[in-house]
Design a protein around this ligand. Structure first.
Ligand SMILES: NC(=O)c1ccc[n+]([C@@H]2O[C@H](COP(=O)([O-])OP(=O)(O)OC[C@H]3O[C@@H](n4cnc5c(N)ncnc54)[C@H](O)[C@@H]3O)[C@@H](O)[C@H]2O)c1
Length: 272
């Protein structure tokens, strides 16, 4: 899809990967709708986009609230025009001692990472199908393809849901001329840790769990600007999977070859 002249809506657009994708798309001639709960950062990114000479709308929108996402779609249509691109990107990390994580924390994580994506689809897809035009980008993670650590279970489970949802969505939307991309980065240098919740973890456990996750990911920490460019390229080239690092493709192949052998080897290696 040619992104020039499209209206691109990006949740979690005030920071990190969302901000970088917004800037990359604006550089290529898209007008931008930024949706986020962080109002100061929202205003700053709004300014950055405006300086590129593109139209921009910044909306305080909590993707865990049905009415906020409905309003996002309504205001986008009314004030910017039809949304050609929607990036369901807002996300948070929940991890910790599984026996101590309460259901409210699970609901918080799934309410943003999974239902946030569902709400975006629910609000924008009918209009895209009607117009037979549009592109949806969902932000998953390498953690949605391979379980990184046991302590990351809530995040892993939420991202696995995003991966499955996105694959099915792509299959479904094809008949209507609506495309889908799934972004699965490893480590990216963003503010993600700021909003994360960590339950019942000792400092030592935190450090060893982080190391374990990094070891399994095996990649490098990427800059968000690179990831933003990859998102814009995927929309242009109409690519489904955006997997920035080859080492993660190898992980997926190992897992796909034999899930049981893959997990057994990790458990034998002392993985938690
Ligand atoms: N940083 C990484 O290493 C990494 C790796 C893989 C996947 N991801 C995913 O990338 C996405 C973007 O994260 P990031 O790394 O850029 O982090 P970030 O914290 O820099 O940006 C996320 C943005 O989402 C916003 N947000 C949080 N909750 C929200 C809500 N309820 N409604 C609306 N906005 C909300 C935050 O205010 C923030 O501006 C997330 O889905 C994350 O899971 C990140």
């Amino acid at each position: 899809m040619n992104v020039a002249g499209q209206v691109a809506v990006i949740t979690g657009g005030a920071s990190g990967i969302g901000r970088a994708a917004a800037l990359a798309l604006a550089h290529r001639g898209a007008d931008i709708v930024l949706a986020d709960i962080h109002v100061e950062r929202l205003a700053a990114v709004r300014q950055e986009i405006a300086q590129l000479g593109r139209r921009v709308l910044a909306i305080r929108c909590d993707v865990s609230r049905d009415e906020d996402v409905v309003r996002l779609a309504e205001r986008t249509e009314a004030e910017m025009g039809p949304a050609g691109v929607v990036m369901n990107n807002a996300g948070v990390v929940l991890r910790g001692a599984l026996e101590e994580i309460g259901l409210d924390d699970w609901r918080w994580c799934f309410g943003i990472n999974v239902f946030g994506v569902i709400r975006g689809i629910h609000a924008f897809l009918p209009r895209m199908i009607e117009r037979r035009h549009g592109w949806i980008v969902n932000t998953g993670s390498v953690a949605g393809l391979v379980a990184l650590t046991g302590e990351g279970a809530p995040y892993v489970a939420s991202k696995f849901a995003v991966v499955g949802l996105s694959e099915a969505l792509a299959l479904y939307c094809n008949q209507f001329g609506v495309g889908v991309s799934l972004l699965c980065p490893g480590g990216v240098n963003t503010n993600l840790a700021e909003t994360g919740r960590s339950i019942g973890m000792t400092p030592e456990r935190e450090i060893s769990e982080t190391r374990m996750a990094q070891t399994i990911q095996g990649g490098q920490e990427l800059q968000p600007e690179l990831v933003g460019e990859l998102v814009a390229n995927a929309i242009r080239d109409e690519t489904f999977l955006i997997l920035p690092e080859e080492v993660h493709a190898q992980l997926v192949r190992a897992r796909a070859a034999d899930i049981n052998a893959f997990l057994t080897a990790r458990l034998a290696g002392g993985a938690t």
